[in-house]
Ligand binder design. Structure first.
Ligand SMILES: Cc1cc2nc3c(=O)[nH]c(=O)nc-3n(C[C@H](O)[C@H](O)[C@H](O)COP(=O)(O)OP(=O)(O)OC[C@H]3O[C@@H](n4cnc5c(N)ncnc54)[C@H](O)[C@@H]3O)c2cc1C
Length: 382
């Protein structure tokens, strides 16, 4: 059963999708259980992904990447997340801080910071969320104060992918106190070896254990003036635009995981007997599988439609929120059904279905919780 067939994928994204599929089968899937169990950072697989030209290639050719567009990145995401979400997140986040630099940064910033990531010599991160809030983007408290030499950052960030491993991170910080609370934030490039940047891994997670997030503390962390990205006060709007792309890709995380849950449940019920019959022969079981397929195919059609809308700047915020919500919740539903169909074996921690069940709890939260997405969907339709 090829759930991630390429008939909905635009022609130009099919080759890279196939490459991602082959890479995932060779490097991600066979190692997923071990990395989940040890919770170690999958450096070897990250390096293999770099060698295969599948990491950080959203950076444009001008700065050393392949310039993969949204649809190509979505195609890679579906394949990687089906193989394992934790390892996939690590591979995807290597360039997480780059898009904002590429969109809004100066020529010098792009040359200095994007090229080493595109050439796989460095990795980056994006630091937005804080210990006290991840949802209220205009309520964050990390500050950047202007001095004669540049900017001094103080505050904390939480949940930051690669906060320990990255060479530099793009940081969202408060630079103003205007009544219009959306104009008070700016973006900065911060090298992780700067004095006053301290990061430690957050405690062990339940899901996506092969990815690592950090608690970062900025304690009088001084960066030069030229590390401000774009214009002062423009940070909130840069993020809003960035999230439109990101949420289409997070929809792909959901699709990959939903496909994994269906595949796993399907195989299990066709290989197990009860009451002298194959479990898959019970109509109730067939209906469960049918429901999973209905949700999955609906989510996938929506997600690829949204990718086209967002790429074409056509009511992007609306479509991004729609598909992020639908695809990630489809993953939750499929994992839940898949667990039930596995009977008692669903509880064995080394089972793929149990890993997917734990992983699906994360994309309904990151890049804006699904409650926040519903706020956006409603507001943008008024
Ligand atoms: C594995 C993982 C990786 C992550 N990686 C990164 C990263 O690399 N960089 C980064 O910056 N962040 C990252 N995050 C953080 C993530 O984006 C936040 O966790 C998320 O935005 C939610 O913020 P919060 O956890 O502070 O929850 P809160 O904002 O405190 O929300 C708590 C609850 O309140 C609800 N809520 C809040 N506001 C509203 C509202 N207006 N309407 C309705 N309900 C509301 C939420 O839906 C949620 O149910 C990551 C998170 C995880 C789990």
């Amino acid at each position: 059963m090829d759930l991630l067939d390429d008939s909905v994928v635009p022609e130009h994204a099919r080759d890279v999708k196939q490459q991602a599929r082959e890479f995932a089968a060779e490097h991600i899937e066979p190692n997923a259980e071990e990395y989940y169990r040890t919770g170690e950072y999958p450096w070897e697989i990250l390096e293999a992904g770099m060698d295969a030209g599948l990491v950080a290639q959203d950076i444009s050719e001008e700065y050393g990447g392949k310039g993969y567009d949204l649809e190509q990145i979505l195609a890679i995401a579906e394949e990687f997340y089906k193989a394992d979400a934790g390892i996939a997140l690590t591979l995807q986040l290597a360039s997480f801080g780059c898009e904002i630099v590429e969109q809004y940064g100066s020529e010098e910033q792009k040359e200095e910071y994007l090229r080493p990531v595109a050439e796989n010599e460095q990795i980056s991160g994006l630091a937005v969320s804080e210990p006290e809030t991840g949802s209220d983007l205009a309520g964050m408290t990390t500050t950047a104060e202007k001095t004669d030499e540049g900017w001094v950052l103080n505050g904390e960030k939480y949940w930051i992918g690669n906060g320990v491993e990255a060479d530099w991170v793009t940081v969202y910080a408060k630079t103003g106190d205007k009544e219009d609370r959306y104009s008070n934030y700016s973006m900065f490039i911060v090298e992780t070896d700067t004095e006053g940047y301290e990061a430690e891994h957050i405690p062990e997670k339940m899901g996506m254990r092969a990815s690592k997030q950090a608690h970062i503390v900025f304690d009088d962390c001084a960066v030069p003036e030229e590390n401000l990205i774009g214009s002062e006060g423009g940070g909130f709007y840069m993020l809003a635009d960035f999230f439109n792309h990101g949420r289409v890709v997070v929809g792909g995380h959901g699709l990959g995981m939903a496909a994994a849950a269906i595949e796993e449940a399907w195989a299990f019920v066709h290989d197990r007997s009860a009451f002298g019959r194959d479990v898959s022969e019970f109509q109730a079981v067939q209906h469960d599988l049918a429901d999973m397929l209905i949700e999955f195919e609906s989510a996938r059609a929506l997600n690829w439609r949204a990718a086209e809308k967002v790429a074409g700047h056509d009511n992007a915020g609306y479509w991004a929120a729609l598909c992020k919500t639908k695809s990630t919740e489809t993953a939750v539903q499929c994992a839940e059904r898949g667990m039930q169909l596995h009977g008692g074996r669903s509880n064995l921690t080394d089972r793929r279905i149990a890993r997917v069940y734990r992983d699906v709890r994360i994309p309904v939260i990151y890049e804006g919780t699904n409650a926040v997405q519903r706020n956006l969907i409603y507001r943008q339709r008024q």
